[in-house]
Design a protein around this ligand. Structure first.
Ligand SMILES: *Cc1c(COP(=O)(O)O)cnc(C)c1O
Length: 399
């Protein structure tokens, strides 16, 4: 019996916080999800930038199987081999020193903000608590992160908002510098805004943020929850700009589908977080770090990023062609790497296009600002990129 025959949509006990599509997937393999009738969907949603290595990746499956037979959970009261290993790898890859493991993106961001404040507090700079965020930012749905997130609809009915968060328009260094003061603890930034509409930082923006933070004694927190773990063609998106953040929040792709997050911090920040200063029951449990280490094994393969670079170029070329063919319907191409957006012209709706793509067996994700977001698995093949482009052509023609 198929689940749709058992669970009527209008009687679901699942809280209706999502406008869910009436699609049910039974299994996944590589770049495809299969519904209960065995129909294949090319998955360029990747569980919203989570399944970066596609579905049922043999190395991840083997790593989880091996850990399942040993131990699932022990708590952070004890040292955990996989944590030590993954922390060392993330620290090395980012030229930072300390890693805290948690369970989700919002939790990673919350922790990063706490750490930024605690760092200044520990230095005796106790008035420095304001977090300067960007217009259009998305940092998560917890009470704290709602105040950092700049989406009024997400806040409706949930007030009062946490204080100590202000915003400057994304991409505008002058406006950002105008808001700098000795109260700013950190500048909090997504190198590419994902939910906000696949907005890549303009050239020089991240460098300017680093310079402003240094000048005013503030930290830089990079929210790499969506952009990290290879999504933009670099392990982390900030690396393209050549800047060094003080804190990095990671989640989504980190566990390849296993829920986990991490905060990577500079040594002095980690040292301001003594025993008892922060905690989590589940964070970094043996299953999670087994998944995280397996993801890192794949990303650290020498051939991984060169290969990904070729697929990204292929997609770039295909999207450029699409944009010129349908210039009346496509207002702009957005984003970078495998975090791409197609902004539709007035009169065309990203939500409608997304539904048409679904009918053509392609999964994508809408974003703010009438943008359709493409988040292909980083392991997508050349033939599958061609298939993605072919489906896009057919849907754009019909739109
Ligand atoms: C998804 C996302 C979050 C929130 O992550 P959750 O795991 O859903 O809490 C925060 N920041 C960015 C940039 C994201 O893309």
């Amino acid at each position: 019996m198929k689940p749709q025959d058992t669970f009527a949509a209008d009687q679901s006990a699942v809280m209706p916080t999502y406008g869910r599509a009436d699609l049910w997937f039974e299994r996944g393999q590589g770049s495809y999800l299969y519904d209960y009738d065995g129909l294949a969907y090319l998955d360029c949603a990747s569980g919203i930038a989570v399944n970066n290595l596609g579905h049922n990746h043999p190395h991840l499956v083997a790593a989880l199987h091996a850990q399942i037979d040993k131990v699932w959970h022990v708590s952070n009261l004890y040292r955990i081999e996989g944590q030590e290993k993954l922390a060392a790898r993330l620290a090395k890859a980012t030229a930072l020193e300390h890693v805290f493991f948690c369970n989700s993106g919002a939790e990673a961001n919350e922790g990063a903000v706490k750490m930024a404040r605690r760092y200044h507090h520990a230095k005796g700079d106790t008035n420095r608590h304001v977090i300067l965020c960007a217009g259009g930012a998305f940092h998560g749905r917890t009470l704290g992160m709602l105040a950092a997130t700049d989406r009024p609809a997400f806040r409706e009915g949930f007030g009062p908002m946490a204080s100590g968060f202000i915003h400057a328009p994304f991409g505008n260094l002058n406006e950002l510098r105008n808001q700098m003061s000795d109260k700013i603890a950190a500048i909090f930034i997504e190198p590419v805004q994902g939910e906000g509409g696949a907005n890549a930082a303009p050239d020089g923006y991240l460098e300017g943020i680093r310079a402003a933070a240094d000048e005013f004694g503030a930290l830089v927190i990079a929210d790499e929850i969506q952009t990290g773990m290879g999504r933009t063609g670099h392990l982390f998106a900030y690396q393209k700009a050549g800047i060094q953040p003080d804190l990095i929040a990671v989640a989504k792709g980190l566990g390849g589908g296993f829920p986990m997050g991490a905060i990577i911090a500079r040594k002095e920040i980690g040292e301001a977080m003594g025993p008892g200063s922060h905690g989590t029951t589940f964070g970094g449990n043996p299953l999670a770090v087994a998944a995280g280490n397996a993801v890192m094994d794949v990303l650290e393969d020498e051939a991984f990023f060169p290969e990904l670079g070729q697929r990204i170029s292929q997609l770039d070329a295909g999207l450029a062609e699409l944009a010129s063919l349908y210039e009346g319907k496509i207002a702009e191409l957005r984003g970078t790497g495998f975090l791409r957006g197609i902004k539709l012209s007035e009169g065309y709706e990203a939500g409608v296009l997304n539904g048409m793509l679904r009918d053509h067996k392609l999964l994508a994700v809408p974003a703010a600002d009438n943008v359709l977001r493409l988040l292909p698995p980083l392991t997508i093949s050349s033939d599958e990129v061609d298939e993605l482009l072919r489906i896009l052509h057919n849907a754009m023609k019909a739109l």
